[in-house]
Design a protein around this ligand. Structure first.
Ligand code: GRF
Length: 196
């Protein structure tokens, strides 16, 4: 990759608060990446409006017309990302499991944020499971995306305490704040390393 800023595509399915944190961080002159496009599989994802309001190209690649053909959907997604010049992908609340075709196409250039201290609690309901287990700490992980869901090499983690009286909502809010600090930092490190 050239010495210029890495061009990043962000994948979302919903709210997009992590996407917003990345876009805002990338506004700094010395940030090593710029956000080339935000893409969602859901045309109604609120994050698409947020991205557009922030001046970032926002595209929907609806999965529904593709039915069960997940790879065909991801080929369309891939085309939209490449058309926007994306070289790196940051998944930020993208709620579909990617096919091996897509994962292989972006191998070594795709990262994800997950709301638990992996390898604990891959998958969904992370905060509920941390509370049920009586954990004293929770947190978030940024990892490389590989074929095993939520199993790629860990690039960074942030920890928060579980406080007395926490429910899944209060814990999720505390973890989300940590996500917004962690993700821009790890994306920057990842893009700098790709340039070496
Ligand atoms: C975050 O908790 C993220 O870790 C998980 O999905 C959630 C997305 O939230 N993968 P947002 O869309 O970034 O606000």
């Amino acid at each position: 990759m050239s010495a210029a800023k890495a061009r990043v595509g962000i994948l979302i399915s919903g709210r997009g608060s992590n996407m917003q944190a990345l876009v805002e961080a990338a506004q700094a002159a010395d940030y090593p990446a710029r956000i080339a496009v935000v893409a969602s599989n859901r045309p109604d994802a609120p994050g698409l409006q947020t991205a557009a309001a922030l001046g970032v190209r926002a595209v929907a690649v609806d999965h529904r017309p593709f039915g069960d053909d997940r790879e065909a959907h991801e080929q369309a997604l891939d085309a939209a990302l490449r058309e926007a010049g994306a070289e790196v992908i940051a998944m930020a609340g993208y709620m579909r499991v990617l096919t091996p075709w897509f994962v292989n196409a972006w191998a070594g250039r795709m990262i994800n944020i997950h709301p638990s201290l992996l390898p604990a609690y891959p998958g969904l309901r992370t905060h509920e499971r941390a509370l049920e287990a009586g954990d004293a700490e929770a947190g978030c992980t940024v990892h490389e995306v590989t074929l095993g869901v939520d199993q790629g090499p860990v690039l960074g983690q942030a920890r928060v305490p579980v406080l007395p009286g926490d429910d899944a909502g209060s814990l999720a809010a505390r973890v989300l704040e940590a996500e917004h600090a962690l993700y821009p930092q790890v994306l920057a490190e990842f893009c700098r390393a790709l340039r070496q």
